[in-house]
Design a protein around this ligand. Structure first.
Ligand SMILES: Nc1ncnc2c1ncn2[C@@H]1O[C@H](COP(=O)(O)OP(=O)(O)O)[C@@H](O)[C@H]1O
Ligand SMILES: [Mg+2]
Length: 325
């Protein structure tokens, strides 16, 4: 990880106005992404992870809006001020995205090679032949056996893990500075999951590429991410180096998430895996005070009245009134 900032998200607020309700999916979040860094954004379903990624890509359509005070700086430019033409030059080229389902990246009716080469034709003005030849090299670079012969495969001819690799190959085609990975391993078995994480790490190091890795699974990122952001109900609850967050979490929500991770030997002294009480708030629910207070075992009266700021505590940040400031 270098100390050069490649992306700076400032006060990002994204809302959806549906019927007579306003859903604030992402509520004033700020973070920076360093060159060559793997940053994990972890949160339960509905916490605003995907909306954060789509906002970075400037892909929020009505009834969604990104509030005016939000900014996303990439190499000095605020992407939220870019028009469609300028944004089209960024997407897939400078900032690429991969998803949980390869079907969101590949059309089942077309062969893999030309689909991987599409970005090269669009952004680098390569011919169809050049793009398909390069697709073969890209499939090879993500360790697909017999890669060059597979450019003519249709998506259904590949296994889930292989398609996920092909999706990484497609995302890497134009050598982006940033890869947004939205739960890219959630649909895979654990062995394949580990292989895809290793592949992403390898590519990040090889190309000096930064990755924002979004997941609901905290355990997955322990030995993978450089830094971690814990998101809850559109708010950053904790932010810090992965090693610090895992060894000494500063926020009760992070502590609870860590306790809920299955570990070897857990059944020796307890019979059940820890579960966080209550449930995640409904999207339109407005929680007074700390957003986590209804579920927090350490909640006291102030927590119900006043939402804590994101305090600095040592090298970490935590949104908790109990923080050592
Ligand atoms: N297009 C949309 N219209 C209305 N609400 C949306 C839309 N997209 C996302 N949301 C809401 O925003 C919140 C955050 O969603 P999302 O970022 O997809 O969560 P996750 O952390 O699971 O990726 C959720 O409450 C979701 O219901
Ligand atoms: Mg999501």
């Amino acid at each position: 990880m270098s100390d050069e900032i490649i992306l700076e998200v400032k006060n990002l607020t994204t809302r959806f106005n549906v019927l007579d309700k306003t859903i604030t999916a992402v509520d004033g979040i700020s973070f920076e992404l360093y060159k060559n860094e793997i940053l994990a954004i972890v949160g339960e379903s509905g916490s605003g992870k995907s909306v954060t990624n789509y906002s970075i890509m400037n892909l929020i359509d009505p009834p969604g809006i990104i509030e005016k005070e939000s900014a996303i700086f990439y190499r000095g430019d605020n992407l939220l001020e870019f028009d469609e033409r300028k944004m089209a030059d960024i997407r897939g080229n400078k900032i690429a995205m991969i998803f949980q389902e390869p079907s969101s990246s590949f059309n089942p009716l077309f062969r893999i090679g030309p689909q991987i080469g599409e970005g090269l034709r669009l952004h680098m003005k390569k011919s169809r032949e050049e793009a398909v030849a390069r697709a073969g090299e890209l499939l090879e670079s993500v360790h697909i056996p017999g890669a060059k012969g597979r450019v003519l495969d249709f998506p259904f001819q590949m296994s889930g893990g292989m398609l996920q690799r092909a999706m990484v190959a497609q995302a890497l085609a134009c050598s982006p500075d940033i890869l947004l990975a939205d739960e890219p391993t959630t649909a895979l078995d654990v062995t394949t999951q580990a292989q895809i994480l290793a592949l992403l790490k390898e590519k990040s190091e090889e190309k000096g590429m930064s990755i924002i890795f979004v997941t609901h699974d905290l355990a997955l990122v322990e030995n993978f991410a450089d830094r971690v952001i814990i998101l809850y109900n559109g708010r950053i609850m904790e932010k810090g180096k992965a090693s610090d967050v895992f060894s000494s979490p500063k926020n009760p929500y992070t502590e609870d998430l860590l306790k809920a991770v299955p570990r070897m030997g857990i059944f020796k002294d307890s019979h059940l895996l820890y579960t966080i009480k209550g449930k995640t708030p409904a999207p339109e629910e407005i929680i007074p005070g700390c957003r986590y207070s209804p579920r927090c075992g350490k909640c006291f009266d102030l927590c119900l009245k006043k939402e804590p700021e994101l305090y600095r505590s040592g090298n970490q940040y935590t949104r908790c009134h109990l923080a050592d400031k």
